[in-house]
Write a protein that binds this ligand. Structure first.
Ligand code: SF4
Ligand code: SF4
Length: 439
């Protein structure tokens, strides 16, 4: 297994969506089951579906290597039922030795790791614990594709697949060098961001507002969406903390709908957003146990965009607690017996209802692969877009590098190296390495 870990680290493989956890660090003794997250949880994103359709062979090469080199004997390729059908798969189909299809219900947030594991395997991860405690490792589809490329072509991670969608003429999945500027991508695709629109890095539920003039693609970019400012998806992100707290203090009627619909609560987690909102009202004493449960929230936004009829964002209240807890390195660590609530079965949120709640249903259109865009004159490669210590530059100003060359080494401890995404001349920037093509 150590050999495989070294390969994953040396080729710069990181979780291809989400927080950017270095993939090698997830491999651990004691796992017996691998779940490949191809659930495409966020509306309007189609990156994983296109990769499974067009690059399945490489994805499966990565998965098979993990089965060969670790204690894992079985893997589930977890995809939503409607995508399984489009791929010509049925639940239980065998894709190759030890790898089987798991067709998931079309519900939100099925890609949340805890929900995904429960739906795909029936195992419930205890609150505050990692999947490995139940013998499970989860990787994203693109992570396995990158491992497949490293094994087959000895190529490090220098490209990224991402969806460009939302209110655009033709939503598309493209492949670009890591570090490509969004302004250059939009120019190639003929996209203009009009007044009254906001650009998100990620999906409409959990994506972050970005400045399209300065943003460069990184190893965790999964999709870029252009959405109207008046959609709930954008409004929820533009409401500032102070307003969110004021609303929570004044308008909450304690109906408990946010708790009743919370996907983590329904899985039996001791997370009760309505009580967190009550603390913002100052109506109860802030109890340490209640506050620490904020770390169990996956940030799905169901409480703010669907459950609450008063325009309150329990998620924003919880986010404040999360920041405080993270600063003090505190997390939920209480053992106990937890079980999934019986009501979960009829409180799950259909995917289409969720899109409608976010005001993005009209942008849900067929998305195809638009090809690889290669010819960029500049890339800006960040040194810290993974969890752990930033990479350490291994080049200096003015150096000439070729695509694939090592340009930054992994630091001590949890970290990853970086490799040149294009050939050209290096300039060292603050927390990034810029490469300009030499004409
Ligand atoms: S759903 Fe809204 S009004 Fe009801 S308890 Fe939650 S925050 Fe308060
Ligand atoms: S964002 Fe809200 S609904 Fe989602 S897990 Fe957190 S508290 Fe529950």
């Amino acid at each position: 297994m150590q050999e495989l870990k070294n390969l994953m680290r040396d080729f710069g493989i990181v979780g291809a969506g989400g927080a950017g956890f270095p993939s090698y660090a997830k491999l651990a003794d004691g796992a017996d089951l691998l779940v490949i997250n191809g659930s495409e949880c966020e509306p309007l994103l189609a990156t994983d579906y296109i990769l499974l359709r067009d690059e399945l062979d490489l994805v499966l090469q990565g998965v098979s290597e993990i089965i060969r080199k670790t204690s894992i004997s079985k893997a589930y390729m977890a995809v939503k039922a409607h995508n399984a059908e489009r791929l010509g798969w049925k639940d239980g189909d065998r894709l190759c030795d030890g790898v089987f299809v798991r067709a998931l219900p079309d519900i939100y947030p099925i890609g949340d790791e805890i929900s995904l594991i429960y739906e795909a395997t029936g195992r419930l991860i205890k609150p505050g614990k990692l999947p490995i405690t139940e013998g499970i490792i989860v990787y994203n589809v693109e992570t396995m594709y990158n491992l497949g490329r490293a094994l087959r072509y000895k190529e490090p991670v220098t490209t990224k697949w991402l969806t460009i969608g939302g209110d655009v003429k033709k939503p598309t999945v493209i492949k670009v060098p890591i570090g490509a500027k969004l302004t250059d991508i939009f120019e190639r695709l003929g996209i203009e961001v009009k007044e009254g629109y906001t650009v998100l890095d990620g999906g409409p539920s959990m994506g972050k507002v970005i400045n399209p003039r300065t943003y460069a693609v990184n190893k965790t970019t999964k999709g870029i969406l252009i959405l109207p400012d008046n959609s709930q998806a954008v409004l929820s992100k533009l409401t500032n903390e102070e307003i969110a707290t004021k609303r929570a203090e004044t308008a909450c009627c304690q109906c408990t709908r946010c708790t009743d619909m919370c996907p983590r609560h329904l899985l039996g987690y001791p997370l009760e957003p309505h009580k967190m909102v009550r603390t913002a009202k100052g109506a109860v004493e802030v109890m340490p146990d209640m506050v620490i449960s904020a770390t169990l929230c996956c940030g799905c936004g169901v409480c703010e965009s669907l459950a609450c009829n008063q325009g309150i964002s329990p998620r924003a209240v919880i986010d404040n607690y999360k920041k405080l807890l993270s600063k003090n390195k505190l997390r939920f660590d209480k053992n106990g017996e937890y079980s999934v609530m019986a009501e979960r079965d009829y409180r799950m949120i259909p995917y289409k209802k969720w899109m409608s709640a976010l005001g993005v249903s009209q942008f849900d259109r067929d998305t195809d692969f638009g090809g690889e865009i290669k010819d960029f004159s500049r890339v800006e490669m960040t040194l810290s877009r993974h969890i752990g210590a930033p990479s350490i530059p291994a080049v200096k100003d003015g150096d000439i590098v070729s695509a694939g060359d090592l340009i930054a080494s992994a630091a001590e401890g949890l970290s990853l190296p970086q490799h040149a995404a294009i050939s050209g001349r290096v300039t060292l920037g603050k927390d990034k390495i810029i490469i300009d093509k030499v004409r």
